[in-house]
Every structure is written in C-alpha cells, then in structure tokens.
Ligand binder design. Structure first.
Ligand code: ADP
Ligand code: CDP
Ligand code: MG
Length: 232
C-alpha cells in the first residue's frame, strides 16, 4: 500500500471511529456545489459572482493549500513542491482543510472550487464526509484560451509559468476529466462554455442557479389561464 493510500485509509478509519468527524456538517446537511474546469477556465472569477448573487460560501482548494503553505504548517514544503510541479496534493491534506473551513464558517451552502481534482479526491471526500454534491459546474474552455489567461493572471503564483501550466493541463486531462465524466454519468454536470466574456459566462451560470424562478413563472401563468377560463 502506498504512503498516500495509508494516510487516506487512516483518515477514513479515524473519521469512522469518531462517529465521522464530518458529523457536525452532516447534521447541518449542507448544499455542496463542486466547481470544476481546467486551470484558468474562470472558476474563481465566477465563484466570486455566485457568492454575491446567491449567498454561497466560496472555498477554493488551491487557496486553502496556499494559505497552509503561508501558515508555516509541517505540510507546507510538501504542498509547495506539489503545486510547483502541478501535481495533486494527497486527499487527506486537502479534505482536512476543506472540512475545517466548512465547519468554521457556520454556513450551509458551499461552492467547492478546484476539488475533486482526481478520483482519489472524489472517493475520499464522499467517504470521509458522507456528503455528495447537489451538482457540478464544469467550466469548459480550450487550452489556448486558458493558457492566455493564466499567463496574464498576475497574482504572483509560482505555478502560472508556461512549464507548470503544461503539466497542469496534462493532469487536468488525465486525472480531473474522469471525475467530471463520473458525475456526468450521474446527471449532475452542468457544462458551461467558459470561452466567452465573464458577463456572458455568468448569464449561463445564473440560469443554472435560478431554474426555480422559471418554474414559479410557469405556475403563475398556468393559474392565470385557469382563472381566465373559469371566469369566461
Ligand atoms: N471569461 C473570462 N474572459 C477573460 N478572462 C477571464 C475570464 N474569466 C476569468 N478571466 C481571467 O482569467 C484568469 C484566470 O481566472 P480564474 O478565475 O483565476 O480561473 P481559475 O480559478 O479557473 O484558474 C484571471 O486573470 C481572470 O481575471
Ligand atoms: N484539489 C486540489 C486543488 C488544487 N491542488 C493544487 O493546487 C494547485 C492550484 O490549484 P487552483 O485550484 O488554485 O488552480 P486554478 O485551477 O484555480 O488555476 C493545483 O495545480 C494543485 O497543485 C491540489 O493539489 N488539489
Ligand atoms: Mg482558481
């Protein structure tokens, strides 16, 4: 058994022994939306818009990992090296950060951005927390466009250089796309053409978050029609 696998199993057993460390969260029965897409597809940008309009709490796995490096944690160097290489950090590290952030927020509607990035992330999250996403937003964008955006992101990120970007694209194709296919087979993926302006992309996102409004409007018209046919 690999070291990562052992760590992961340890977390699962630990969680089960404690009666699942995610139990406080489970009691709150939170709504979870996974936000996926290649590097530079616009996940963070659109999450910020969703937070403003729909009151979700945004948790970016990448931001949590970068904060962990800055905090001087014992895992800091390992995380920094993985990010520089565009590799995916072992699930137990990322899941602990996500769980802690969800619990500390006291909120119950989460956008989980950049997670799960591989099958290990996905399976471990479901096992450890016992939670599944309501749906998955998938920002679909061609590599050339994502590359352009990443090279002009200017956030001083160590992984926004052409060498690491190429590695991240490979990891996305080989490890992250299968996760999207997994949720697609369950009918949970909402695929969005992300190669348009921020405003155009958000218009599509809005339609996904507001389908109830359309249903209410249809019900309203139906009731109006019934009243009219009754009166005349
Ligand atoms: N629809 C868009 N069109 C052009 N640039 C965008 C668009 N969405 C995001 N960007 C820019 O591209 C870069 C990457 O966006 P970001 O939201 O950080 O993507 P991700 O979180 O998927 O890596 C940022 O500089 C952002 O301002
Ligand atoms: N679930 C995750 C998310 C990010 N990461 C690491 O963090 C890096 C940056 O992730 P990010 O989500 O901030 O990157 P973007 O897709 O937003 O550009 C990834 O390339 C991985 O090295 C990870 O290991 N596991
Ligand atoms: Mg991001």
């Amino acid at each position: 058994m690999s070291k990562n696998r052992k760590l992961l199993m340890g977390t699962v057993v630990e969680a089960a022994n404690k009666g699942a460390s995610g139990s406080i969260l489970q009691k709150r029965n939170p709504t979870i939306v996974f936000v996926l897409g290649g590097p530079g597809s616009g996940k963070g940008t659109q999450c910020a818009n969703i937070v403003q309009h729909y009151g979700y709490t945004h948790l970016s796995a990448g931001d949590l990992l970068r904060a962990e490096i800055k905090s001087g944690s014992e895992n800091g160097t390992m995380i920094q090296n993985m990010i520089k290489e565009g590799k995916i950090v072992p699930s137990e590290v990322t899941i602990k950060l996500l769980q802690r952030a969800m619990e500390e927020s006291g909120k119950d509607k989460f956008l989980i951005d950049g997670f799960p990035r591989n099958e290990e992330n996905r399976a471990a999250f479901e096992k450890v927390t016992g939670m599944e996403p309501s749906f998955v937003l998938f920002f679909d964008c061609p590599e050339e466009e994502m590359e352009r955006r990443l090279l002009s992101r200017n956030q001083g990120r160590e992984d926004d250089n052409i060498e690491t970007i190429r590695k991240r694209f490979k990891v996305f194709l080989e490890s992250s796309l299968p996760v999207i296919s997994y949720y697609d087979a369950k009918g949970k993926v909402r695929k969005i053409d992300a190669a348009r302006s921020v405003e155009e992309v958000f218009a599509t996102v809005k339609a996904i978050f507001e389908p109830k409004n359309e249903k209410v409007l249809l019900l309203y018209y139906w009731l109006l029609l019934r009243c009219l046919t009754f009166w005349y």
